[in-house]
Design a protein around this ligand. Structure first.
Ligand code: RAT
Ligand code: ZN
Length: 415
């Protein structure tokens, strides 16, 4: 190796991750001040929809998915635990491994009494102390939430006002206000926005008023939407029209990113509820059209299909306003994360955000980030070895700077 550094690259990468707090740009986590929205502890963790979907494949014969759905949460957790962690095979899927990692990090031995011990542990802990512990142990400094003013459980909290824990950043989620138009009209009207079923000028300007009001109220750092694989731009369908006429102009005016999470087919198997969504491949010509027509908007883009990942890198090479982020949902598995991260580094250098957690339950930060860092680190180590081998006089500061930038919210969401 020419110009071999006089330090261990893998140790330097490890130190870089240990020293810089992670900014997690997309989660479904909420601070304790948001009451029932803030989820933590074993029953929530074990009934995570990824695990429920996995358990549904092997429920005991006397429990149908519909019966399972009707059970109270602790009973559901008992069933999932029994099915996936006490059953006749090892808990080896990524979501199953995640539970084991969480327990281990909290000092809970997973068998023979893992769930009971976990419940006892949480019954004794103060919620505030638990939140602090999770942030500290996971290496995460800040998480961005998913905030929906049309959610009747969430809106009153913002209307009343509360002291937001600064570790939680706000994001205006748009799905319920845009998808299925004119479905959202009645709710928007009830909040005082005079939108109409028709996508008239009035509707567009009232939608913009809604977006601006709520970005202001919650202090949104970006606006986010998930979209199906058949989303087109330009397009006649209402979501496409509302994105082009209301969302992107507002993002530009406010100088905040528009995040699009594309490729989800909602409700492929509705009985599984949150766990019943599927995916499909997106035609990236649509993204090229969007990026070209809205050069003044920064787009945070994550796409669900593995088949789209290389194409996303190529589009991002053409358009500096496209910032790929994360390995979303069904891609958040080590084998796929390694592949995606390597191809992104090769095609985009350090100009992307490698990962987000999508955590819904606070405890998940402990596994989603430790697993991601463990998976991604070797990819970075290989790249730095290539760089040193090519003749670059690599320093540990180079590594620290890159990791801090890429895992600290990138250029758009670092504080
Ligand atoms: O990964 C998930 O938890 C999904 O259910 C979705 O929430 C997705 O991340 C989304 O934000 O729509
Ligand atoms: Zn999500």
């Amino acid at each position: 190796m020419s110009n071999a550094p006089d330090f261990s690259i893998s140790a330097a990468v490890e130190r870089a991750f240990a020293e810089h707090p992670i900014v997690d740009i997309h989660t479904h986590l909420y601070p304790l001040q948001m009451g029932a929205l803030s989820l933590w502890g074993p029953d929530e963790l074990i009934t995570y929809h990824y695990l429920k979907a996995e358990a549904s494949r092997q429920l005991p014969p006397d429990i149908s998915v519909a019966q399972f759905n009707a059970m109270p949460k602790p009973e559901q957790a008992d069933v999932v635990w029994k099915t996936l962690f006490v059953g006749d095979s090892s808990p080896i899927s990524e979501a199953q491994l995640g539970v084991i990692t969480v327990m281990n990090a909290l000092g809970i031995v997973p068998r023979p009494n893992g769930l009971a011990d976990f419940r006892a542990y949480c019954a004794d802990v103060k919620p505030e102390a638990f939140v602090d512990l999770i942030f500290e142990k996971s290496g995460v400094g800040k998480v961005y939430m998913t905030n929906d003013p049309l959610d009747d459980a969430e809106r009153p909290l913002w209307e009343k006002g509360f002291d937001l824990d600064p570790r939680f950043g706000a994001v205006l989620r748009l799905d319920s206000a845009l998808v299925g138009w004119p479905g959202p009209v009645a709710k928007l009207q009830a909040l005082g926005y005079n939108v109409e079923n028709a996508l008239s000028e009035k509707t567009v300007s009232e939608m913009r008023r809604y977006l601006n009001d709520w970005c202001d109220r919650i202090g949104a750092r970006y606006m986010a939407i998930s979209l199906p694989p058949n989303f087109t731009y330009p397009g006649e369908d209402p979501v496409s029209q509302l994105m082009a006429k209301a969302v992107w102009p507002t993002a530009q005016d406010r100088n905040i990113p528009s995040a699009m999470m594309v490729g989800v087919k909602r409700g492929v198997n509705p009985v599984l509820r949150d766990g019943g969504d599927g995916m499909g491949v997106w035609d990236l010509a649509n993204l090229e059209n969007i990026a070209r027509d809205f050069p003044g908007v920064n787009f945070l883009i994550t796409i669900l299909s593995r088949e789209n990942q290389h194409g996303l890198c190529v589009v991002a090479r053409k358009f500096p306003n496209i910032l790929p982020f994360g390995c979303w949902w069904f891609l958040n598995d080590p084998s796929i994360i390694q592949e995606i991260t390597a191809e992104r580094l090769e095609l985009l250098g350090a100009s992307f955000i490698p990962q987000h957690s999508d955590a819904r339950i606070l405890d998940q930060l402990l596994y989603k980030w430790t697993h991601s860092v463990r998976t991604i680190s070797p990819v970075f180590v290989r790249k730095y070895e290539d760089l040193a081998h090519a003749g670059w006089p690599l320093t540990e500061d180079d590594i620290k700077r890159d990791i801090a930038k890429m895992f600290g919210g990138g250029k758009l969401l670092s504080d």
